[in-house]
Design a protein around this ligand. Sequence first.
Ligand code: MN
Ligand code: MN
Length: 465
Amino acid sequence: MSKKEYENLKKKLAFSPQNAWKGLGPRVVDKFTSGYMDFISKGKTERTLVEETVRLLEREGYVPIEKSNLKGEVKAYKVYRSKAIAIYRIPKKLEKGFNIIASHIDSPRIDLKPRPVYEDTGIALAKTHYYGGIKKYQWFNIPLAMVGIVIKESGEAVKINIGNDPKDPIFVISDLLPHLENNPDKKFKDINGEMLNLILGSKPITFEEIDSSIKLNILKILNEKYGIVEEDLTSAELELVPALEPREMGFDRSMIAAYGQDDRICAYASLKAILDAKTISRPTAVIFFDKEEIGSDGSTGAKNQFWIPPIKKILSVRKQDMDLFLEDMLSSTAVLSSDVSAAVNPTFKEVHEINNAALLGHGIVVTKYTGVHGKAGANDADAEFVGKIRKLFNDNKVAWQPGELGKVDAGGGGTISKYFAEHGMHVIDTGPALVGMHSPYEIASKADLYHSYLAYKAFIEKFEL
Ligand code: MN
Ligand code: MN
């Protein structure tokens, strides 16, 4: 055979994922990206992201499911305790299993403790307890915003969102200066969680000799600005998130740097997919869960399948045999558990096995299994289901790549896929890969974002089990 013939044979037999930019119009991608950057800028916490999602849904005519006519075609959403949301597109006849795209909208961050405020050596600070898997040093010396909610004893909810507007003050957790790092006491080198103390202020309320007058000044400001007292902070969810806006990145502007892309990049791609889908091949739901980063426990996490009761309601309104139908329907439901994967960072590529690692800019990652120590805790999707998803992506010109999370035994992780699998649903993990996942400024490829959208749209419009 000639060299040319061998090359043709290689093309026919061998597989290697292609660069996702091939065939993409930059203008389309940039338009999509700017909508995404706006979305994650407004939604830096699960609560604010749910609010922004509702705004976009209502603009497109979606209504709360409580207000929807459940007998006809349903285009509706269900907000669950302000921190999770399910979006439904259900035809008049409910006969088949669903196509579901599920992601999570909580991201690693720093939370305030219930009794946070204290004063020490001329500075007022707040004690914190971090949320999710963070490298603690990354959260020192960066501008932080405080976003969340305080419930007063009266039950009134007070929203706080300070630090994101350029006119707002920001907050900082400060590190030890390098000059004094060589202290023989080793504790100064090992960062621990109790060192993540947030600086709140430094001005006394009076120059009279009174105790904790800097702290008292902070309490006074909180009272004037928000009408709250110190005890109200015990019934609050106040989250510290980077006061950094999403930015285009690189000379070629091919990337996005932003906080919270794990996993709001999948949330946005799937939201746009359900809004833009011209038709649906089966009943469809797009779901955003909270609490994934701490194990999906808690009522707003994926272990509580809050999205099922509204479907039961629809079945009962339509007088269908509920138990049997729900059982059949769940076991014939197809789920894309949509979460980000780890893209190879060239500086640390040793942690990956390159043939099975996701590369930035090479399309949506199809992750058959996650887990640790021999796939423990993994969903490990059936080959039959992987085959159908692969064909769907190929038929619809979606750039995709297989991937796993790091070398065997190098670490690992989990996703929400197993909480669907335990109901008998067909589930696989898919999503773009990030560089610097869980850092305050994660990096994504615009092309991967766009192909994730194309993948989810094809799944909603065309997938049949
Ligand atoms: Mn994730
Ligand atoms: Mn994560």
